[in-house]
Ligand binder design. Structure first.
Ligand code: DQA
Length: 153
């Protein structure tokens, strides 16, 4: 049997991490994030498949794929967090745990960022720890997978 696998999914504009508003999102690149998650997961015996897209439907496709191909999903849905019923429905429709992560503290920013369409159907949320949040999300995800599996209504 192959290694257990997690999906790391990043949404719109995160391909420009490091260049995009570095005062808010830091100077590390998306590749740095992907390496961080891969290293964290591999210490605990997990493999990671990383995917980034600026397109909502592509993100839906990857959430659906996780049902067959991954133990769980770490996702930064970026701006779609605040708008996407399609992503929410995709998460609701799979049985695998999903952890939502945001680099910035969305709660100290504009009010439209305070609402997450996805949080109610995710197993957990990490907010405001910068890039390190991806490591925390990976550790939390693996703990979730190893202990109880999915935990939401
Ligand atoms: C973000 C927060 C979102 O509000 C924003 O649209 C992003 C990034 C974060 O990681 O802090 O693109 O998800």
């Amino acid at each position: 049997m192959g290694k257990k696998r997690l999906f790391l999914i990043n949404g719109p504009n995160l391909n420009r991490l490091g260049k995009r508003e570095p005062e808010t999102y830091g100077k590390k690149s998306l590749e740095d994030v992907e390496v961080l998650v891969e290293q964290t997961a591999s210490e605990l015996g997990y493999a990671v498949t990383s995917f980034q897209s600026n397109h909502e439907g592509d993100l839906v496709d990857w959430i659906q794929r996780a049902e067959e191909e991954a133990e769980g999903i770490i996702i930064n849905p970026a701006a779609y967090t605040h708008t996407s019923i399609a992503l929410r429905d995709a998460i609701s429709a799979i049985s695998k745990p999903v952890v939502e992560i945001h680099i910035s503290n969305v709660h100290e920013r504009e009010s439209f960022r305070h609402i997450s369409m996805l949080a109610p159907v995710c197993s957990g949320q990490i907010v405001g720890f910068g890039i390190d949040g991806y490591r925390l999300a990976t550790l939390g995800m693996i703990q979730k997978v190893e202990s109880e599996g999915r935990n939401h209504s």
